[in-house]
Design a protein around this ligand. Structure first.
Ligand code: AMP
Length: 312
C-alpha cells in the first residue's frame, strides 16, 4: 500500500492468545491467536498508525510481540503480567464449516483493567475486537472523540454477558458479527429481520460475516453484499472474521474518509484479507503478504462479481 500522510490512526483492543485447534489436520497446540493478533497484523498492511491494547501472561513468547513491532504496530500497550495468557481451544468439523469452543481460559484477562496510553487516546478509528464487553466499554470510555468505533463479539459474550454487551453496543457505530451470532443476539432467524432488530440497539451499521458465503452490510443507505473468494484449499478458518475486520478498518484508516463508497471498498478489502487468513494455520496466511498479492486478490474478487446492468 502507498503510505499516505492522511492516514487515520487505528486503536485495536482484543485478545492476544494461544490457541489449541483440533480439526481434520489433527491437533495443533499453542498457536498464536486472539482477535487483536489477527486484526493488528492485517491492518498494518494499510497504515503504520496501528496500536494494540492487550494483556499477555508470562508464558507468551516475546517473538510474537516483536514481530508485530517490526511490522510498525505500536505494541507499547500490550502489557505482560504474571499468569497464563488467554487460551482458546476449538474444534472444527471435518468440512471446516462449523466449530465449537472446547475451552476458554481467560487467564490474565480475568483481572485485567486496560489502560489506554495518553498518546493513543486520540485514535480516530477504534476496533473493539472480540473480548469481554465490559473491557471493551472500559477502553471506549478512555478514548476522546473517535470518528468510528466498531465492535466484534461472539456467542460466549452474547450468552453470558448480554446486558453488558447491549450497554457497549449502544455506544458504537458498527457491529461486526457472524450470522450465527446475529441470530443469537436478535433471537431471529431471518438475517434481514435480525439486522433491523440489532440496529435498534444503537449502532448505525451492522456487518454480518457469513464465512464462505461472504459478508453483508446493513445501514441506513440499505444493504451491500461482499462475496467471499472461492478457495480450493482452506486449512484453518480461525481468525477469518478478525482478518476481515482488520482489512476493513485498516483500509478505512488508509483511505482517510468514511463515505459510503469507501465503506463498500473496505468491505471487499475485508473479504480479501479474510481469504488469506484461512489458507494457513494461525497468522501464517496473513504473514508476508505483498501489495501485489493483495492487489491481485482484490482484482480477482472484482472480476468474480463484475456484471453489466441491463434493461429488460
Ligand atoms: P475468529 O475465527 O475470527 O472468530 O477468531 C478466532 C480467535 O478468537 C482465536 O484466535 C481465539 O483466540 C479468539 N477467541 C476465541 N474465543 C474468544 C473469547 N471468548 N474472547 C476473546 N477472544 C476469543
Amino acid at each position: 500500500m502507498h503510505q499516505r500522510s492522511a492516514h487515520r490512526s487505528l486503536l485495536v483492543i482484543g485478545s492476544v492468545a494461544l490457541d489449541d485447534i483440533d480439526g481434520p489436520a489433527g491437533m495443533q497446540r499453542d498457536l498464536l491467536g486472539g482477535s487483536a493478533s489477527f486484526i493488528a497484523r492485517v491492518a498494518s498492511y494499510f497504515t503504520k498508525k496501528v496500536s494494540v491494547v492487550a494483556v499477555i501472561g508470562d508464558d507468551f513468547p516475546q517473538t510474537h510481540v516483536d514481530e508485530l513491532t517490526q511490522l510498525g504496530v505500536d505494541t507499547s500497550a500490550i502489557s505482560r503480567v504474571p499468569g497464563e495468557t488467554f487460551h482458546w481451544v476449538g474444534k472444527y468439523s471435518d468440512d471446516l464449516t462449523s466449530r465449537e469452543t472446547l475451552d476458554t481460559r481467560l487467564g490474565v484477562f480475568g483481572e485485567w483493567q486496560p489502560k489506554v496510553p495518553e498518546a493513543q487516546r486520540d485514535a480516530q478509528l477504534v476496533l473493539l475486537g472480540n473480548i469481554d464487553p465490559v473491557i471493551q466499554l472500559d477502553v471506549l470510555k478512555q478514548m476522546r472523540a473517535p470518528a468510528l468505533v466498531a465492535l466484534d463479539t461472539m456467542n460466549l459474550w452474547i450468552n453470558i454477558k448480554r446486558p453488558e454487551l447491549l450497554a457497549t453496543l449502544a455506544k458504537v457505530h458498527t457491529l461486526m458479527i457472524n450470522d450465527e451470532e446475529a441470530r443469537l443476539l436478535a433471537q431471529e432467524h431471518n438475517l434481514h429481520k435480525a439486522a433491523t432488530a440489532i440496529l435498534k440497539h444503537g449502532p448505525s451499521s451492522l456487518i454480518i460475516k457469513r464465512g464462505d458465503a461472504g459478508a453483508l452490510l446493513f445501514h441506513e443507505g440499505g444493504a451491500f453484499a461482499a462475496p467471499a473468494m472461492p478457495l480450493a484449499d482452506v486449512k484453518d478458518p480461525t481468525g477469518a472474521g478478525d482478518s476481515f475486520a482488520g482489512g476493513l478498518m485498516g483500509y478505512l484508516a488508509y483511505a482517510g474518509d468514511l463515505s459510503p463508497k469507501t465503506i463498500r471498498t473496505a468491505m471487499i478489502m475485508g473479504s480479501v484479507m479474510g481469504s488469506f487468513a484461512v489458507e494457513k494455520f494461525s497468522v501464517d496466511g496473513i504473514r508476508d503478504l505483498t501489495n501485489a498479492k493483495i492487489q491481485k486478490r482484490f482484482d480477482d474478487l472484482a472480476e468474480l462479481t463484475h456484471f453489466e446492468r441491463i434493461t429488460i
